[in-house]
Design a protein around this ligand. Structure first.
Ligand SMILES: [Zn+2]
Length: 423
């Protein structure tokens, strides 16, 4: 799995210069300045960046925002443009909206009004049209103004899953806790075995079989004497299915990672339920047939580039009877999170700028990926953001560094709530 996304340099803060009111006489200047500013800022959201001048070149690096102390300007570092939709600097080639002054205005629905606008079971669109509650945030625009699909994160989707209710959510079919860190069954951590999950993504073929043989050489054992095992999230392209069959025979778990591994990351965020069925259900059919897996053990899903597919992905998983997903990342946290079911609301924020997490209730387990602490020595090194996959912890260069990194993350799990440690 290659790490995705662009690491962007911090944007440079320029002086909040006011070039617009030069050469005004002293008495009228402040007034004109104010009205110019008021005019600019009247339809802008708090913190929203926008352009004064559109077009390629340096114009596409400059943006301003309205603050309580006046207009504030920034310029993206050389080589980068400002992406007005994403609201961040990005590589020039990736920014397609230099011609837009501000991001698209989306009409919001009227979910909270003093007096109800609609009858029971219905909610109001931005233009007071009433539609069925279930049509909000279902991925299709049902309001004439499209406002039923504009505020759909976990906190605002009117159909979102309720917060964890431990009285209803009972093992073995359901598990949740308020912040996700509680040990299942309320066991004291000292009595819980520390589980380690080792997972690999993408094709299995001649490029990596040798490496896998080296890692799983029959000398590395669990405390019960059995060999250690891994989970392979296999994608179709370049996969050698006789190698998959051999992995399965040796007792490793085979799970799916799509047929196409579509390299447009946004595809996975926006794929329909049907796209997901074809990619993941299809991959299971291919794997079972060509690797001759007949024990119904292909039950796990991981999306390419760890791009969560929102409700569509999880609806597919219910329809196709997949047991668990392992795509969602939890931000670096002490103590770390235990796996949870998606019947109730996710116990952490949807991590990552472009991610679309499921909001509705789904009968699917989440083997959440706890971010790892990439520092070698957490006591002396300065704080760094976590990393979800070992290969994205790119500051680690030597074997010794890697050893220290693994040990310190092991301790973080082992000495706290013993949530499974893995990648
Ligand atoms: Zn992949």
């Amino acid at each position: 799995m290659r790490s995705c996304g662009v690491a962007l340099a911090a944007i440079v803060l320029l002086a909040a210069g006011n070039a617009y009111a030069q050469q005004q006489n002293e008495e009228t200047a402040p007034k004109k300045e104010e009205s110019f500013e008021a005019e600019l800022c009247k339809d802008k959201d708090a913190g929203e960046w926008f352009r004064l001048v559109t077009g390629e070149g340096d114009n596409c690096r400059d943006v301003i925002q309205c603050t309580s102390s006046g207009l504030q300007a920034i310029r993206c570092p050389a080589g980068l443009y400002f992406d007005i939709e994403k609201q961040t600097c990005d590589w020039k080639d990736s920014v397609k909206n230099c011609k837009l002054k501000n991001k698209e205005r989306k009409v919001k629905p009227m979910l909270f009004t003093d007096k109800p606008v609609c009858s029971e079971g219905e909610l109001a669109c931005g233009d007071t049209q009433c539609i069925e509650r279930g049509l909000f945030c279902n991925g299709e625009k049902d309001c004439a103004d499209g406002s039923d699909e504009t505020t759909c994160d976990i906190d605002s989707d009117p159909n979102s899953a309720p917060p964890c209710d431990p009285a209803v959510c009972v093992l073995p079919d359901c598990f949740c806790s308020e912040d996700g860190t509680q040990v299942p069954g309320d066991l004291p951590p000292k009595e819980v075995p520390q589980m380690i999950t080792i997972t690999f993504d993408d094709a299995i073929n001649n490029n990596n079989i040798g490496l896998y043989k080296e890692i799983f050489n029959g000398k590395r054992k669990n405390p019960n004497g059995c060999d250690i095992k891994a989970t392979y999230f296999v994608s179709h392209k370049y996969t050698n299915y006789s190698a998959v069959q051999e992995m399965h025979r040796k007792g490793h778990e085979i799970a799916v990672h799509s047929i196409s591994h579509n390299d447009d990351e946004n595809f996975w965020s926006n794929a329909s339920v049907n796209d997901w069925v074809k990619e993941m259900g299809g991959m299971r059919i291919i794997t079972e047939k060509y690797a001759n897996i007949t024990d119904n053990s292909v039950v796990g899903v991981r999306a390419p580039y760890l791009r969560v597919g929102g409700n569509n992905q999880f609806t597919m998983m219910e329809e196709e009877a997949f047991l668990y997903d392992s795509t969602i990342t939890a931000p670096l946290n002490n103590p770390p999170l235990w796996p949870y079911t998606m019947y109730f609301r996710m116990p952490h924020r949807c991590h990552g700028n472009l991610q679309k997490c499921p909001t509705r209730s789904h009968a699917v387990w989440e083997m959440v990926l706890n971010e790892l602490d990439r520092r070698e020595d957490p006591n002396s090194d300065e704080y760094l953001p976590g990393c979800a996959m070992v290969d994205s912890c790119s500051n680690i260069l030597t074997g010794d560094q890697f050893y220290n990194f693994l040990n310190h993350n092991f301790d973080r799990h082992y000495e706290e709530n013993r949530a499974p440690l893995g990648e």
